[in-house]
Each structure stands twice: as structure tokens, then as C-alpha cells.
Design a protein around this ligand. Structure first.
Ligand code: GLU
Length: 258
């Protein structure tokens, strides 16, 4: 299987922006094993800004320039960490920093697709983030949920997994409705499903359920299944590749798959 797995800031970093060593080490171990089992893996990783905030020991910035500066610092920390941890399992990582424009220009998209395909052929693990230090505010992808879906579409992934700090899509907001039920499978993204998505995100990340549903639309239209699940338990990816029910699975439109 060709799997795009997106991991959010709240999984990789503690609330103050320091690396969550336990989660990150657990994730890299499982991902390395999934790759050893023969699957292709593309990681879309957030936490550049969050880790930069932690490393610089500043409050979460409100202005765009400080956010971008923090992302430049945190991206180094992020890749240093991935390179070191994946290296323990003899895996090679490759950094790709993208902006919305890269998907909007035929030539860039062509180069992006070719490079990703070649990296996979070479056995490397692409680690993708938005190029936050230069992404222009109006066109910023903002959260990596959309980026993960765009990447999945670009390289015809079988599966896009969003590892989040929530279990999946619920019948109501579980924070305010304790009787809310997890929806295990979504066959089609109807207006009713869209209406279930709220706008809430965590303190350092930017994505909420709304962006996840719109990512699901993009991924499923491109033929991939998309799963939203909690990234706190790294082992969840084993269950996913074994086809066990995990989180919420949005079923891809197979008639459009390539
Ligand atoms: N590209 C952003 C980062 O890496 C994403 C922030 C987020 O949504 O968590 O910091």
C-alpha cells in the first residue's frame, strides 16, 4: 500500500512546544516497521512552528513574521529528529517543503510528482511540510490536513491517514456532548456529514474537523480512502494496514482511482 500519514503538532510536541519524545519515537518505530513490511510511506509532518516556539522559548506568536521565523527554527529540529530516529532503523529521510503554488503550477507539480516517485523508488521516506517561512499568508495551506490530501492526490496514494488528537468524526462535538458517537465509516461526504464538523483546533496546531472533512473530500475524490484517528497510540497504523476498524474511514471513490 502507498500510505500518506499526516501527524499534527499536538502529537509531536508538548503544549509548550518541546518535542514529545515518547510519541515521536513510538511513531517512527512503527512507521519504520510498516516500511520494512513493504509498504510505501510518505510522512506529512507538522510541528515546525510549535517546535520553534519551544526551542526559542517564546509564547505562541501572533504575528506572521515571528511565526515564520519560529517555523524556520523548528523545521531544523523536526528533520534532525526524524533523520536521527529513522536512521536507527536504517531508513533514509528526504525533506520536501511545499507551498500551495507548487500544486497550482503544472511544471512544479510535475517536478514534485517525479521527485516523490523517485524518492519512493530509491527507498527513501519523504517528509513533507508546508514551506512556512515563505508561504504567503493569503495562500497558506494553513494546516497540513489539506497538504496531506494534496500529496495523496498527486501520487495516487491508496490511503491518507490523519493522526490527530481526536478519535475521528463524531455525531456531535464530544467535548460538549458526552453521548456523542464515533462514526466508523463515511461512504459519502454529504451536507449532513459536513455539518457535523466544527472549527476547533488545539493550542499550537491549526487544523480542526472542518479542514479534515475538506481534506477527506479531496482524498476520496482522488480515489484514496482517508482515515482520521488519534495519533497518541502509534500502534494504530498496524491496525490500519491490517484493515481493522480504526477512527473514521472515509471511503475513496474507486471509480476515479488510477
Ligand atoms: N506547517 C505548520 C507547522 O509545521 C502546520 C501547523 C499545524 O497545523 O500544526 O508548524
Amino acid at each position: 500500500m502507498r500510505i500518506v500519514v499526516k501527524v499534527g503538532t499536538s502529537t509531536l510536541a508538548h503544549p509548550g512546544g518541546r518535542l514529545n519524545i515518547r510519541h515521536t519515537e513510538d511513531l517512527v518505530k512503527v512507521w519504520s516497521d510498516i516500511k520494512n513490511a513493504g509498504h510505501e510511506l510518505i510522512v506529512v509532518s507538522s510541528a515546525a512552528t510549535g517546535l520553534g516556539v519551544g526551542k526559542l522559548q517564546i509564547q505562541k506568536p501572533q504575528d506572521i513574521t515571528t511565526k515564520q521565523a519560529a517555523a524556520a527554527v523548528g523545521q531544523c529540529e523536526l528533520m534532525y529528529t526524524y533523520d536521527r530516529l529513522f536512521g536507527q532503523y536504517n531508513h533514509t529521510v528526504a525533506q520536501m517543503l511545499l507551498t500551495w503554488e507548487d500544486f497550482d503550477h503544472e511544471n512544479r507539480l510535475h517536478n514534485l510528482r517525479n521527485t516523490l516517485e523517485r524518492l519512493l523508488e530509491l527507498g527513501a521516506i519523504p517528509i513533507i511540510n508546508e514551506n512556512d517561512p515563505i508561504a504567503c499568508e493569503e495562500y497558506s495551506l494553513g494546516d497540513n490536513d489539506t497538504l496531506a490530501a494534496l500529496v495523496g492526490e498527486c501520487i495516487h496514494a491508496d490511503l491518507v491517514v490523519l493522526l490527530s488528537d481526536i478519535e475521528g468524526l463524531y455525531t456531535a462535538d464530544p467535548h460538549t456532548h458526552p453521548d456523542a458517537k464515533l462514526i466508523p465509516v463515511v461512504e459519502a461526504i454529504t451536507p449532513e456529514i459536513e455539518a457535523l464538523a466544527g472549527g476547533a483546533g488545539s493550542s499550537l496546531g491549526t487544523g480542526g474537523m472542518l479542514t479534515k472533512i475538506s481534506a477527506a473530500k479531496r482524498a476520496t475524490n482522488a480515489g484514496a480512502d482517508m482515515i482520521i484517528t488519534n495519533g497518541a497510540r502509534a500502534d494504530v497504523l498496524y491496525d490500519i494496514v491490517e484493515g481493522k476498524p480504526v477512527g473514521t474511514r472515509f471511503i475513496g471513490k474507486k471509480e476515479h482511482a488510477q
